[in-house]
Ligand binder design. Structure first.
Ligand code: NAP
Length: 460
Protein backbone atom coordinates (compact mmCIF):
# COMPACT_ATOMS: atom_id res chain seq x y z
CA UNK A 1 0.00 0.00 0.00
CA UNK A 2 1.40 3.36 -1.04
CA UNK A 3 -0.77 6.36 -0.19
CA UNK A 4 0.16 9.99 -0.77
CA UNK A 5 -1.74 12.63 1.19
CA UNK A 6 -2.04 15.98 -0.55
CA UNK A 7 -3.90 19.16 0.30
CA UNK A 8 -3.65 22.60 1.85
CA UNK A 9 -2.11 23.26 5.27
CA UNK A 10 -4.51 22.55 8.11
CA UNK A 11 -6.40 19.77 6.36
CA UNK A 12 -4.87 17.13 8.64
CA UNK A 13 -2.26 15.45 6.43
CA UNK A 14 0.33 14.83 9.16
CA UNK A 15 -2.03 13.52 11.87
CA UNK A 16 -3.97 11.43 9.34
CA UNK A 17 -0.72 10.09 7.90
CA UNK A 18 0.59 9.07 11.33
CA UNK A 19 -2.64 7.31 12.28
CA UNK A 20 -3.00 5.54 8.92
CA UNK A 21 0.62 4.42 9.14
CA UNK A 22 0.12 3.02 12.67
CA UNK A 23 -3.04 1.15 11.74
CA UNK A 24 -1.63 -0.32 8.53
CA UNK A 25 1.92 -0.93 9.81
CA UNK A 26 3.61 0.84 6.91
CA UNK A 27 6.13 3.66 7.44
CA UNK A 28 5.01 7.30 7.49
CA UNK A 29 7.18 9.67 5.45
CA UNK A 30 6.51 13.36 6.00
CA UNK A 31 8.25 15.35 3.25
CA UNK A 32 8.29 18.60 5.28
CA UNK A 33 9.99 16.81 8.21
CA UNK A 34 12.45 15.20 5.75
CA UNK A 35 13.30 18.61 4.27
CA UNK A 36 13.97 20.03 7.75
CA UNK A 37 16.12 17.04 8.69
CA UNK A 38 18.23 17.16 5.52
CA UNK A 39 18.64 20.96 5.66
CA UNK A 40 19.34 21.06 9.41
CA UNK A 41 16.94 24.04 9.51
CA UNK A 42 13.27 24.57 10.22
CA UNK A 43 11.02 25.41 7.28
CA UNK A 44 10.75 28.91 8.71
CA UNK A 45 14.55 29.25 8.57
CA UNK A 46 14.73 27.85 5.02
CA UNK A 47 12.15 30.40 3.83
CA UNK A 48 13.98 33.16 5.68
CA UNK A 49 17.40 32.31 4.19
CA UNK A 50 16.56 30.84 0.77
CA UNK A 51 13.06 32.10 0.02
CA UNK A 52 10.22 29.97 -1.36
CA UNK A 53 12.37 29.06 -4.37
CA UNK A 54 15.04 27.50 -2.16
CA UNK A 55 12.41 25.59 -0.22
CA UNK A 56 10.79 24.24 -3.42
CA UNK A 57 14.19 23.07 -4.71
CA UNK A 58 14.77 21.15 -1.47
CA UNK A 59 11.25 19.75 -1.63
CA UNK A 60 11.89 18.48 -5.18
CA UNK A 61 15.06 16.73 -4.05
CA UNK A 62 13.33 15.03 -1.13
CA UNK A 63 10.44 13.83 -3.33
CA UNK A 64 12.87 12.56 -5.95
CA UNK A 65 14.75 10.57 -3.29
CA UNK A 66 11.66 8.96 -1.67
CA UNK A 67 12.20 5.21 -1.43
CA UNK A 68 9.74 3.09 -3.43
CA UNK A 69 7.41 0.55 -1.81
CA UNK A 70 4.74 0.60 0.85
CA UNK A 71 4.42 3.92 2.66
CA UNK A 72 2.07 6.64 3.76
CA UNK A 73 3.51 9.89 2.46
CA UNK A 74 2.50 13.30 3.77
CA UNK A 75 3.35 16.23 1.48
CA UNK A 76 3.59 19.99 1.88
CA UNK A 77 0.62 22.03 0.65
CA UNK A 78 2.49 23.31 -2.42
CA UNK A 79 4.25 20.08 -3.44
CA UNK A 80 1.78 19.43 -6.26
CA UNK A 81 2.47 22.80 -7.91
CA UNK A 82 5.37 21.13 -9.72
CA UNK A 83 4.26 18.56 -12.35
CA UNK A 84 7.55 16.67 -11.93
CA UNK A 85 6.74 16.16 -8.22
CA UNK A 86 3.27 14.94 -9.17
CA UNK A 87 4.66 12.39 -11.66
CA UNK A 88 7.08 11.07 -9.01
CA UNK A 89 4.47 10.96 -6.26
CA UNK A 90 1.74 9.37 -8.40
CA UNK A 91 3.80 6.43 -9.67
CA UNK A 92 2.27 3.28 -8.12
CA UNK A 93 0.46 5.36 -5.46
CA UNK A 94 -3.06 6.28 -4.52
CA UNK A 95 -3.32 10.05 -4.14
CA UNK A 96 -5.72 11.18 -1.43
CA UNK A 97 -6.71 14.85 -1.28
CA UNK A 98 -7.69 16.16 2.15
CA UNK A 99 -9.83 19.31 2.02
CA UNK A 100 -11.49 21.55 4.60
CA UNK A 101 -13.57 24.74 4.64
CA UNK A 102 -11.51 27.93 4.59
CA UNK A 103 -12.77 28.94 8.06
CA UNK A 104 -11.77 25.53 9.47
CA UNK A 105 -8.30 25.80 7.91
CA UNK A 106 -7.88 29.29 9.37
CA UNK A 107 -8.79 28.07 12.84
CA UNK A 108 -6.48 25.08 12.59
CA UNK A 109 -3.39 26.98 11.41
CA UNK A 110 -3.86 30.34 13.20
CA UNK A 111 -1.27 29.45 15.85
CA UNK A 112 1.24 27.96 13.38
CA UNK A 113 4.75 29.38 13.14
CA UNK A 114 5.01 28.44 9.43
CA UNK A 115 6.03 31.37 7.19
CA UNK A 116 3.25 33.09 5.22
CA UNK A 117 3.40 32.76 1.40
CA UNK A 118 1.82 36.15 0.68
CA UNK A 119 1.75 39.54 2.40
CA UNK A 120 -2.01 39.30 3.00
CA UNK A 121 -3.80 38.61 6.30
CA UNK A 122 -4.18 34.87 6.97
CA UNK A 123 -7.84 34.60 5.92
CA UNK A 124 -7.16 36.29 2.57
CA UNK A 125 -3.99 34.27 2.02
CA UNK A 126 -5.90 31.01 2.52
CA UNK A 127 -8.64 32.12 0.13
CA UNK A 128 -6.22 33.36 -2.53
CA UNK A 129 -3.98 30.29 -2.46
CA UNK A 130 -6.91 27.89 -2.45
CA UNK A 131 -8.44 29.59 -5.50
CA UNK A 132 -5.13 29.07 -7.32
CA UNK A 133 -4.43 25.59 -6.07
CA UNK A 134 -7.88 23.96 -6.06
CA UNK A 135 -7.68 22.88 -9.74
CA UNK A 136 -4.15 21.55 -9.16
CA UNK A 137 -5.21 19.51 -6.14
CA UNK A 138 -8.17 18.20 -8.15
CA UNK A 139 -5.82 17.19 -10.98
CA UNK A 140 -3.40 15.31 -8.73
CA UNK A 141 -6.02 13.50 -6.60
CA UNK A 142 -7.46 10.03 -7.00
CA UNK A 143 -9.83 10.40 -4.05
CA UNK A 144 -10.93 13.38 -2.00
CA UNK A 145 -12.22 13.76 1.55
CA UNK A 146 -13.66 16.81 3.26
CA UNK A 147 -12.13 16.69 6.75
CA UNK A 148 -13.94 19.79 8.09
CA UNK A 149 -16.36 17.88 10.31
CA UNK A 150 -14.52 14.56 10.65
CA UNK A 151 -12.31 13.19 13.42
CA UNK A 152 -8.91 11.71 12.48
CA UNK A 153 -10.36 8.23 13.01
CA UNK A 154 -13.22 8.92 10.62
CA UNK A 155 -10.86 10.28 7.95
CA UNK A 156 -8.65 7.19 8.19
CA UNK A 157 -11.71 4.91 7.99
CA UNK A 158 -12.81 6.64 4.77
CA UNK A 159 -9.33 6.27 3.25
CA UNK A 160 -9.24 2.57 4.07
CA UNK A 161 -12.69 2.15 2.50
CA UNK A 162 -11.46 3.88 -0.68
CA UNK A 163 -8.46 1.57 -0.84
CA UNK A 164 -10.50 -1.60 -0.23
CA UNK A 165 -13.68 -0.85 -2.17
CA UNK A 166 -13.01 2.18 -4.39
CA UNK A 167 -15.88 4.55 -5.14
CA UNK A 168 -17.49 2.80 -8.12
CA UNK A 169 -20.07 0.27 -6.92
CA UNK A 170 -20.33 -3.04 -8.76
CA UNK A 171 -23.83 -2.22 -10.03
CA UNK A 172 -22.57 1.04 -11.59
CA UNK A 173 -19.74 -0.84 -13.29
CA UNK A 174 -22.21 -3.39 -14.66
CA UNK A 175 -24.51 -0.73 -16.11
CA UNK A 176 -21.48 1.05 -17.57
CA UNK A 177 -20.43 -2.11 -19.42
CA UNK A 178 -24.03 -2.60 -20.71
CA UNK A 179 -24.01 1.01 -21.93
CA UNK A 180 -20.69 0.50 -23.74
CA UNK A 181 -21.98 -2.74 -25.33
CA UNK A 182 -24.90 -0.90 -26.92
CA UNK A 183 -23.04 2.27 -27.92
CA UNK A 184 -21.44 1.20 -31.20
CA UNK A 185 -17.80 1.52 -30.06
CA UNK A 186 -15.19 -1.03 -31.24
CA UNK A 187 -15.62 -4.58 -29.84
CA UNK A 188 -12.01 -4.57 -28.63
CA UNK A 189 -12.76 -1.60 -26.34
CA UNK A 190 -15.89 -3.26 -24.95
CA UNK A 191 -13.87 -6.43 -24.29
CA UNK A 192 -11.21 -4.40 -22.45
CA UNK A 193 -13.87 -2.62 -20.38
CA UNK A 194 -15.25 -5.99 -19.16
CA UNK A 195 -12.41 -5.95 -16.63
CA UNK A 196 -14.65 -3.52 -14.72
CA UNK A 197 -16.98 -6.36 -13.76
CA UNK A 198 -14.33 -9.05 -13.30
CA UNK A 199 -14.11 -9.84 -9.58
CA UNK A 200 -10.53 -11.11 -9.86
CA UNK A 201 -9.11 -8.44 -12.16
CA UNK A 202 -10.87 -5.23 -11.08
CA UNK A 203 -8.66 -3.01 -8.90
CA UNK A 204 -10.94 -0.79 -6.77
CA UNK A 205 -8.33 1.98 -6.82
CA UNK A 206 -8.62 2.31 -10.61
CA UNK A 207 -9.99 5.72 -11.60
CA UNK A 208 -12.04 6.18 -14.76
CA UNK A 209 -11.83 8.81 -17.51
CA UNK A 210 -13.70 9.03 -20.83
CA UNK A 211 -14.33 10.96 -24.00
CA UNK A 212 -17.90 12.22 -24.43
CA UNK A 213 -19.09 12.72 -28.00
CA UNK A 214 -21.45 11.75 -30.80
CA UNK A 215 -19.90 10.39 -32.86
CA UNK A 216 -16.85 9.56 -30.75
CA UNK A 217 -15.46 6.55 -32.62
CA UNK A 218 -13.00 8.71 -34.61
CA UNK A 219 -11.15 9.93 -31.50
CA UNK A 220 -7.66 8.66 -30.76
CA UNK A 221 -7.86 9.83 -27.15
CA UNK A 222 -8.65 6.40 -25.58
CA UNK A 223 -5.54 4.86 -27.16
CA UNK A 224 -3.34 7.83 -26.26
CA UNK A 225 -4.48 8.36 -22.66
CA UNK A 226 -4.39 4.65 -21.77
CA UNK A 227 -0.79 4.52 -23.03
CA UNK A 228 0.11 7.62 -21.01
CA UNK A 229 -1.51 6.20 -17.85
CA UNK A 230 0.57 3.05 -18.29
CA UNK A 231 3.74 5.04 -18.93
CA UNK A 232 3.35 7.01 -15.67
CA UNK A 233 2.30 3.97 -13.59
CA UNK A 234 -1.22 5.30 -12.89
CA UNK A 235 -4.10 3.02 -12.04
CA UNK A 236 -6.49 4.73 -14.46
CA UNK A 237 -8.58 3.61 -17.42
CA UNK A 238 -9.95 5.78 -20.25
CA UNK A 239 -13.22 4.85 -21.97
CA UNK A 240 -15.29 6.03 -24.93
CA UNK A 241 -18.78 7.39 -24.11
CA UNK A 242 -20.61 7.67 -27.42
CA UNK A 243 -24.20 8.85 -27.03
CA UNK A 244 -26.36 11.62 -28.53
CA UNK A 245 -27.68 12.58 -25.07
CA UNK A 246 -25.24 14.51 -22.86
CA UNK A 247 -27.42 14.13 -19.76
CA UNK A 248 -27.14 10.34 -20.10
CA UNK A 249 -23.35 10.62 -20.29
CA UNK A 250 -23.26 12.90 -17.23
CA UNK A 251 -25.44 10.47 -15.27
CA UNK A 252 -22.97 7.69 -16.08
CA UNK A 253 -20.11 9.98 -15.03
CA UNK A 254 -21.79 10.56 -11.65
CA UNK A 255 -22.53 6.88 -11.07
CA UNK A 256 -18.97 5.82 -11.92
CA UNK A 257 -17.28 8.70 -10.05
CA UNK A 258 -15.53 9.60 -13.29
CA UNK A 259 -12.38 11.71 -12.73
CA UNK A 260 -12.15 13.37 -16.11
CA UNK A 261 -13.97 13.84 -19.36
CA UNK A 262 -12.66 14.90 -22.77
CA UNK A 263 -15.51 16.62 -24.59
CA UNK A 264 -15.96 16.59 -28.35
CA UNK A 265 -18.64 17.27 -30.99
CA UNK A 266 -21.49 18.14 -30.30
CA UNK A 267 -21.17 18.80 -26.54
CA UNK A 268 -18.45 21.46 -26.20
CA UNK A 269 -20.95 24.30 -25.71
CA UNK A 270 -23.74 22.33 -24.01
CA UNK A 271 -21.45 21.10 -21.22
CA UNK A 272 -20.69 24.66 -20.05
CA UNK A 273 -23.90 25.06 -18.04
CA UNK A 274 -23.19 21.86 -16.06
CA UNK A 275 -19.86 23.07 -14.61
CA UNK A 276 -19.05 24.79 -11.30
CA UNK A 277 -15.71 26.35 -12.33
CA UNK A 278 -14.97 27.42 -15.91
CA UNK A 279 -11.51 28.87 -16.64
CA UNK A 280 -11.30 32.26 -18.33
CA UNK A 281 -10.16 30.98 -21.77
CA UNK A 282 -12.98 28.43 -22.07
CA UNK A 283 -15.48 31.14 -21.13
CA UNK A 284 -14.12 33.51 -23.76
CA UNK A 285 -14.13 30.81 -26.47
CA UNK A 286 -17.56 29.63 -25.36
CA UNK A 287 -16.54 25.96 -25.41
CA UNK A 288 -15.06 23.37 -23.05
CA UNK A 289 -13.13 20.30 -24.18
CA UNK A 290 -11.82 19.15 -20.78
CA UNK A 291 -13.72 18.47 -17.55
CA UNK A 292 -12.11 17.48 -14.26
CA UNK A 293 -14.44 16.17 -11.54
CA UNK A 294 -13.50 16.37 -7.87
CA UNK A 295 -16.05 16.09 -5.06
CA UNK A 296 -18.92 18.41 -5.98
CA UNK A 297 -16.72 20.57 -8.23
CA UNK A 298 -16.72 20.31 -12.03
CA UNK A 299 -13.77 22.21 -13.55
CA UNK A 300 -14.01 23.12 -17.25
CA UNK A 301 -11.09 24.02 -19.54
CA UNK A 302 -10.40 24.59 -23.21
CA UNK A 303 -7.07 23.19 -24.40
CA UNK A 304 -7.85 23.38 -28.16
CA UNK A 305 -6.68 26.99 -28.39
CA UNK A 306 -3.32 26.08 -26.79
CA UNK A 307 -2.84 23.47 -29.52
CA UNK A 308 -3.37 26.16 -32.16
CA UNK A 309 -1.47 28.99 -30.47
CA UNK A 310 1.80 27.19 -29.69
CA UNK A 311 2.77 26.17 -33.26
CA UNK A 312 2.00 29.73 -34.45
CA UNK A 313 3.77 31.61 -31.67
CA UNK A 314 6.40 32.97 -34.12
CA UNK A 315 3.72 34.67 -36.20
CA UNK A 316 2.71 37.38 -33.75
CA UNK A 317 1.00 40.40 -35.34
CA UNK A 318 0.53 38.81 -38.79
CA UNK A 319 -2.57 38.84 -40.99
CA UNK A 320 -4.57 35.62 -40.67
CA UNK A 321 -7.60 33.90 -42.21
CA UNK A 322 -9.62 31.26 -40.39
CA UNK A 323 -11.76 28.99 -42.60
CA UNK A 324 -14.91 27.86 -40.74
CA UNK A 325 -17.01 29.29 -37.93
CA UNK A 326 -17.63 26.28 -35.66
CA UNK A 327 -16.09 25.24 -32.33
CA UNK A 328 -12.52 24.71 -33.60
CA UNK A 329 -12.69 28.05 -35.45
CA UNK A 330 -13.63 29.85 -32.19
CA UNK A 331 -10.57 28.33 -30.48
CA UNK A 332 -8.44 29.32 -33.50
CA UNK A 333 -9.69 32.92 -33.54
CA UNK A 334 -9.08 33.24 -29.79
CA UNK A 335 -5.55 31.82 -30.19
CA UNK A 336 -4.67 34.10 -33.13
CA UNK A 337 -6.03 37.19 -31.38
CA UNK A 338 -3.95 36.31 -28.32
CA UNK A 339 -0.96 36.59 -30.71
CA UNK A 340 -2.16 40.06 -31.80
CA UNK A 341 -2.97 38.84 -35.32
CA UNK A 342 -5.38 40.61 -37.63
CA UNK A 343 -8.04 37.93 -38.14
CA UNK A 344 -10.71 37.42 -40.83
CA UNK A 345 -13.21 34.56 -40.51
CA UNK A 346 -14.48 33.04 -43.78
CA UNK A 347 -17.40 30.63 -43.72
CA UNK A 348 -19.89 29.19 -46.19
CA UNK A 349 -22.74 30.25 -43.86
CA UNK A 350 -21.72 33.90 -43.71
CA UNK A 351 -24.12 34.75 -40.85
CA UNK A 352 -22.19 32.38 -38.57
CA UNK A 353 -18.92 34.06 -39.54
CA UNK A 354 -20.53 37.46 -38.86
CA UNK A 355 -21.74 36.56 -35.40
CA UNK A 356 -18.38 35.03 -34.43
CA UNK A 357 -16.56 38.09 -35.81
CA UNK A 358 -18.81 40.35 -33.75
CA UNK A 359 -18.13 38.31 -30.62
CA UNK A 360 -14.34 38.47 -31.05
CA UNK A 361 -14.10 41.90 -32.72
CA UNK A 362 -12.57 40.81 -36.03
CA UNK A 363 -13.52 40.74 -39.76
CA UNK A 364 -15.53 38.15 -41.70
CA UNK A 365 -16.70 37.19 -45.18
CA UNK A 366 -17.63 34.32 -47.52
CA UNK A 367 -14.93 31.81 -48.61
CA UNK A 368 -14.68 33.63 -51.97
CA UNK A 369 -13.17 36.66 -50.17
CA UNK A 370 -9.94 34.71 -49.59
CA UNK A 371 -8.17 35.85 -52.77
CA UNK A 372 -8.25 39.54 -51.95
CA UNK A 373 -6.98 39.10 -48.39
CA UNK A 374 -3.45 37.73 -49.04
CA UNK A 375 -2.96 36.45 -45.47
CA UNK A 376 0.35 35.33 -43.95
CA UNK A 377 -1.38 32.63 -41.86
CA UNK A 378 -4.23 30.34 -42.96
CA UNK A 379 -6.02 28.04 -40.52
CA UNK A 380 -8.47 25.46 -41.85
CA UNK A 381 -11.08 24.87 -39.13
CA UNK A 382 -13.61 23.10 -41.37
CA UNK A 383 -13.78 19.29 -41.70
CA UNK A 384 -13.00 19.60 -45.44
CA UNK A 385 -10.09 17.26 -46.16
CA UNK A 386 -10.99 14.73 -43.49
CA UNK A 387 -11.05 11.04 -44.44
CA UNK A 388 -12.78 9.57 -46.35
CA UNK A 389 -13.68 12.64 -48.44
CA UNK A 390 -10.24 13.89 -49.44
CA UNK A 391 -10.88 17.44 -50.74
CA UNK A 392 -9.11 20.76 -50.20
CA UNK A 393 -10.88 23.96 -49.06
CA UNK A 394 -8.34 26.03 -51.12
CA UNK A 395 -6.83 25.50 -54.57
CA UNK A 396 -3.17 25.69 -55.59
CA UNK A 397 -3.50 29.05 -57.36
CA UNK A 398 -4.78 30.61 -54.10
CA UNK A 399 -1.61 29.83 -52.12
CA UNK A 400 1.69 31.79 -51.98
CA UNK A 401 5.05 30.59 -50.67
CA UNK A 402 4.88 33.37 -48.03
CA UNK A 403 1.89 31.70 -46.35
CA UNK A 404 1.87 29.42 -43.31
CA UNK A 405 -0.93 26.88 -43.65
CA UNK A 406 -2.24 25.11 -40.54
CA UNK A 407 -4.84 22.40 -41.23
CA UNK A 408 -6.63 21.40 -38.02
CA UNK A 409 -7.89 18.20 -39.69
CA UNK A 410 -5.57 15.39 -38.57
CA UNK A 411 -6.90 12.34 -40.38
CA UNK A 412 -5.01 11.87 -42.69
CA UNK A 413 -1.84 13.49 -41.24
CA UNK A 414 -1.14 15.08 -44.63
CA UNK A 415 -4.44 16.45 -45.95
CA UNK A 416 -5.01 17.54 -49.58
CA UNK A 417 -4.68 21.19 -48.42
CA UNK A 418 -1.30 20.49 -46.78
CA UNK A 419 -0.07 18.62 -49.87
CA UNK A 420 -0.98 21.56 -52.14
CA UNK A 421 0.56 24.01 -49.64
CA UNK A 422 3.78 21.97 -49.44
CA UNK A 423 3.99 21.93 -53.25
CA UNK A 424 3.50 25.73 -53.23
CA UNK A 425 6.45 25.98 -50.75
CA UNK A 426 4.28 27.29 -47.93
CA UNK A 427 5.21 26.51 -44.34
CA UNK A 428 2.79 23.75 -43.30
CA UNK A 429 1.54 22.68 -39.87
CA UNK A 430 -0.45 19.43 -39.62
CA UNK A 431 -3.50 18.98 -37.36
CA UNK A 432 -1.56 16.36 -35.38
CA UNK A 433 0.43 19.27 -33.88
CA UNK A 434 -2.78 20.70 -32.46
CA UNK A 435 -3.89 17.28 -31.27
CA UNK A 436 -0.59 16.55 -29.51
CA UNK A 437 -0.49 19.92 -27.74
CA UNK A 438 -4.13 20.01 -26.68
CA UNK A 439 -3.77 16.43 -25.42
CA UNK A 440 -0.65 17.34 -23.38
CA UNK A 441 -2.52 20.22 -21.74
CA UNK A 442 -5.53 17.97 -21.15
CA UNK A 443 -3.42 15.24 -19.54
CA UNK A 444 -1.99 17.86 -17.17
CA UNK A 445 -5.50 18.96 -16.15
CA UNK A 446 -6.48 15.30 -15.68
CA UNK A 447 -3.47 14.17 -13.64
CA UNK A 448 -1.24 17.11 -12.67
CA UNK A 449 1.55 15.56 -14.80
CA UNK A 450 2.98 17.47 -17.80
CA UNK A 451 3.97 14.89 -20.46
CA UNK A 452 6.64 15.91 -23.00
CA UNK A 453 5.27 16.38 -26.54
CA UNK A 454 7.57 13.66 -27.90
CA UNK A 455 6.08 11.14 -25.50
CA UNK A 456 2.62 11.94 -26.87
CA UNK A 457 3.86 11.73 -30.47
CA UNK A 458 5.35 8.31 -29.87
CA UNK A 459 2.29 7.11 -27.93
CA UNK A 460 0.12 7.95 -30.95
P1 NAP B 1 -18.12 22.31 -36.30
O1 NAP B 1 -18.39 23.05 -35.05
O2 NAP B 1 -19.13 21.36 -36.83
O3 NAP B 1 -17.83 23.43 -37.44
C1 NAP B 1 -17.53 23.08 -38.74
C2 NAP B 1 -17.32 24.32 -39.59
O4 NAP B 1 -16.89 23.89 -40.87
C3 NAP B 1 -18.58 25.14 -39.80
O5 NAP B 1 -18.27 26.50 -39.86
C4 NAP B 1 -19.07 24.63 -41.15
O6 NAP B 1 -19.75 25.62 -41.92
C5 NAP B 1 -17.79 24.34 -41.85
N1 NAP B 1 -17.99 23.28 -42.85
C6 NAP B 1 -18.44 22.02 -42.62
N2 NAP B 1 -18.47 21.34 -43.78
C7 NAP B 1 -18.06 22.18 -44.75
C8 NAP B 1 -17.89 22.06 -46.15
N3 NAP B 1 -18.14 20.90 -46.78
N4 NAP B 1 -17.44 23.12 -46.83
C9 NAP B 1 -17.16 24.29 -46.23
N5 NAP B 1 -17.32 24.47 -44.89
C10 NAP B 1 -17.75 23.43 -44.16
O7 NAP B 1 -16.77 21.49 -36.20
P2 NAP B 1 -15.48 21.85 -35.31
O8 NAP B 1 -15.61 21.27 -33.96
O9 NAP B 1 -15.23 23.29 -35.44
O10 NAP B 1 -14.34 21.01 -36.05
C11 NAP B 1 -13.88 21.37 -37.33
C12 NAP B 1 -12.72 20.48 -37.70
O11 NAP B 1 -11.60 20.80 -36.88
C13 NAP B 1 -12.99 18.99 -37.41
O12 NAP B 1 -13.50 18.37 -38.55
C14 NAP B 1 -11.64 18.43 -37.04
O13 NAP B 1 -11.05 17.84 -38.18
C15 NAP B 1 -10.82 19.65 -36.67
N6 NAP B 1 -10.40 19.56 -35.24
C16 NAP B 1 -9.13 19.16 -35.02
C17 NAP B 1 -8.64 19.06 -33.73
C18 NAP B 1 -7.22 18.64 -33.51
O14 NAP B 1 -6.86 18.31 -32.37
N7 NAP B 1 -6.40 18.65 -34.54
C19 NAP B 1 -9.47 19.38 -32.64
C20 NAP B 1 -10.78 19.82 -32.91
C21 NAP B 1 -11.23 19.89 -34.22
P3 NAP B 1 -21.28 25.99 -41.66
O15 NAP B 1 -21.26 26.99 -40.54
O16 NAP B 1 -21.66 26.61 -42.96
O17 NAP B 1 -22.00 24.74 -41.34
Amino acid sequence: MRVVLIGFRGTGKTETGRLLSRLTAVPFLDTDAMIEASAGMTIHEIFHREGEEGFRAREREVIRALSPGDAVIGTGGGAILDPVNVALLRKGSTMVLLEADEAVIEKRIAASTRPPLTTHPLREEIHELLELRRPLYAAAADFRIDTSLKSQNEVVLVIRKFLDEGTVPRQARESLVSFLEGSGIPDSEVAEARILTDVDLWDPRTRLYAIAGYPATQSRSPLLFNRLFKHYGLSCHYLRFQDPDLSRILRLADETDLRGLSVTIPFKQEILSTLTDVEVHANAIGAVNTVVRCGTRRFGYNTDWIGIREPLSDHRGEKAVVLGAGGAAAAAVYALLSLDMEVTILNRTVEKAASMAERFGCSYGPPSAFDRLDPAVVVNATPVGMEPELKSPLQKHQLRSTMTVFDLVYTPPETPLLRIARNSRCQTIPGTEMFVRQAAAQFRHFTGIAPPLDLIRSAM
